[in-house]
Design a binder for this molecule. Structure first.
Ligand SMILES: *Cc1c(COP(=O)(O)O)cnc(C)c1O
Length: 616
């Protein structure tokens, strides 16, 4: 059985039941497919983004409980706090659930822009921390002051000295409530991986030690030093190796102690930013991280304790801003397979002539006489013959009908060989995987739903939602429905994906893409005007599950409006053109206009369903 690496990336969130379906490992353990069918009954046919709040809760609970245990173990005296960085996912269905789940812990929010700050001010539980990072202007700082006046517990982290001057000016204008001030430090130890630019001495953000000294003296001069409470660093996202984290902590811990000795008496927190990695890999040989949350929490607490004790300073409060770790698992994308590339090649389409070129006659013989013993050999011969026949076509020796017969015969041979080998000699089949690839056309957009695959080749676990009790026989490449050649997940020998040979006329076949809850939704782009897919929140209870917040993908007219088209003008022009057309019968015009208006109100994903009778 192929488990698609579920034991590596799944964190026990999903199981495969005895019918070979992927089920949610919680409460009554419903299958994902049953939920998908339920939603599709309402006429929704495109890709679906399912949100599972219980997985969000699981991650938040884990974060706090691991740090709590580490604190107990090392008798750590500082406090632990966490905030959710909004840039990772600002969608309302995620945010409102997350705030609710985090309330008992005092889980706060991190904002990296004015827009995110305004969201935080509206949704954060009063009293839970808000941290503000990123580049700031005076306006943003002013809004941060307003947030404090509203009763929020705000820390503005400055990225450069000029921001400090803006804070000083604003504090003079509204001295009633002054937010906490944090300073982002530039570390000489950098992160690793694709996001390393966030840390390190030449990083975009933070103050060098020289600038830090200057900042402290300015804060003292302006009598604001008691508001300076936090130092902050963030060495990158998805930190795959624990060592850079430890290095950064040693550096930051010593900076903390030194600053206190220089008179920063109220400095009491170290904010480690995000970076906590999750495991995306489906294969043991390509793991994405070498540590667990438990190890991370222990290392952080232990190191900070040792430094504080050594330098005789109080053990600092620890802040983390993990985003990916918190919300990646809560999002599962389900996309229907629309087509298998070879499904067109049926025996019915074969139009052999009375007299065929000899190689085609041979192909036909191979097809008819292939059996379990000769399958591999015949398969190789078939593929060789095809290559020769395509050359003959280029040279003008065979015609288009011959070429079509060649394609059909070779695909029939591959199909038959794959079937024979899968029961007789599966390992031989795995050996020839590259040569017998099948292309699966999937109703989704990689640009919209897996932008990190497109941008930085981040792999996401993918598996079919059923048939997991059967061996998958086809090495698969996945094609999305954009007309961009980058909209493809190639078959990758390092990270091979095998799928089932299904007949879509008889049944649906859905792929699940997992761990897509962090960054993908907000980085997704409307390439070809495919928008954020239809989403739903799934809450499990003892009777099964409840589907709530079913939000259909944005309609075409909404997209047009987002792009600042005048939708009335578009409607009017289409109407006029239909009405003026001499090709359309007068009595049909009204219906056609209605049809167009239905399309405008619908989303642009494909509605294709072959197995109509089987939808239930
Ligand atoms: C992006 C970012 C985070 C979140 O990082 P993850 O790797 O998703 O945990 C946290 N803090 C800051 C300052 C960030 O820029």
């Amino acid at each position: 059985m192929n488990r698609y690496g579920l034991d590596i990336w799944g964190d026990e969130n999903f199981i495969i039941d005895k019918n070979g379906e992927v089920c949610i490992n919680n409460k009554t353990k419903p299958s994902i497919l049953s939920i998908v069918r339920q939603i599709r009954l309402q006429g929704i046919k495109g890709p679906l983004l399912l949100r599972f709040p219980h997985l969000l809760k699981k991650q938040i609970d884990k974060l706090y409980s691991h740090f709590h245990s580490a604190k107990e173990e090392f008798k750590y005296k500082g406090k632990f706090h966490a905030v959710f960085p909004l840039k990772v996912n600002q969608y309302p269905e995620l945010l409102t659930n997350l705030v609710e789940i985090g309330k008992p812990y005092g889980y706060g929010l991190e904002a990296g822009s004015k827009a995110e700050l305004l969201l935080a001010m509206a949704y954060n539980s009063l009293g839970s921390p808000i941290t503000i990072n990123g580049f700031k202007d005076e306006e943003l700082i002013n809004v941060a002051f307003i947030a404090s006046q509203m009763g929020h517990n705000v820390t503005i982290t400055i990225e450069g000295l000029s921001e400090l001057l803006d804070i000083i000016n604003t504090a003079k204008k509204s001295p009633e409530v002054i937010p906490n001030i944090g300073i982002r430090i530039k570390l000489h130890s950098a992160g690793i991986g694709i996001w390393a630019k966030s840390g390190g001495i030449d990083s975009k953000f933070g103050l060098t030690s020289t600038e830090l000294l200057k900042a402290v003296s300015i804060l003292k001069r302006e009598n604001l030093i008691e508001h300076f409470t936090m130092i902050h660093f963030h060495i990158g996202s998805q930190i795959t190796d624990i060592n850079p984290v430890k290095k950064a902590l040693r550096e930051a811990g010593n900076i903390y102690a030194e600053l206190r000795k220089m008179g920063a008496n109220n400095l009491k927190s170290i904010n480690l930013g995000g970076g906590l990695a999750i495991e995306y890999s489906q294969h043991k040989n390509t793991l994405y991280r070498n540590y667990s949350l438990g190890e991370y929490a222990n290392d952080v607490t232990f190191l900070l304790k040792s430094i504080a004790n050594q330098k005789k300073e109080p053990e600092p409060d620890i802040f983390v801003e993990s985003g990916r770790y918190i919300c990646a698992s809560h999002g599962v994308l389900v996309a229907p397979v629309l087509e298998l590339f070879s499904q067109e090649y049926t025996e019915k389409r074969l139009l052999l002539k009375d007299k065929n070129p000899p190689l085609i006659a041979e192909l036909y013989d191979l097809y008819k006489s292939i059996n379990p013993k000769n399958a591999l050999e015949y398969l190789h011969d078939g593929i060789d013959h095809m290559e020769s026949l395509l050359t003959l076509f280029d040279l003008g020796y065979i015609d288009l009908q011959d070429r079509s017969n060649t394609e059909i015969l070779v695909h029939l041979i591959i199909k038959k060989a794959v079937k024979l080998l899968s029961s007789e000699n599966y390992n031989a089949l795995l050996d020839i995987k590259e040569r017998v690839q099948e292309r699966y056309l999937v109703n989704f957009s990689i640009f919209q739903s897996l932008p990190d695959f497109w941008g930085i080749k981040q792999n996401f676990p993918v598996m079919p939602l059923n048939h997991l009790d059967k061996l998958p026989t086809r090495s698969a490449s996945l094609w999305d429905i954009t007309c961009d050649s980058d909209g493809e997940i190639d078959f990758d020998m390092e990270n091979p994906l095998f799928l089932h040979d299904v007949n879509l006329l008889e049944e649906d076949y859905f792929l699940g893409f997992f761990l897509v809850g962090a960054y993908q939704e907000v980085l997704g782009m409307k390439h070809n005007l495919f928008t954020h897919p239809t989403e739903a929140t799934i809450e499990l209870d003892k009777n099964g599950y409840k589907i709530s917040n079913l939000l259909e993908a944005q309609s075409i007219s909404d997209i047009f409006e987002d792009m600042d088209y005048d939708i009335n003008e578009i409607k009017h022009t289409l109407k006029t053109r239909i009405s003026n057309s001499s090709f359309i019968n007068e009595d049909k015009k009204v219906n056609i206009m209605q049809e167009i208006s239905t399309h405008l109100n619908d989303n642009s994903y494909l509605k294709t369903v072959y197995s109509k009778g089987k939808e239930q």
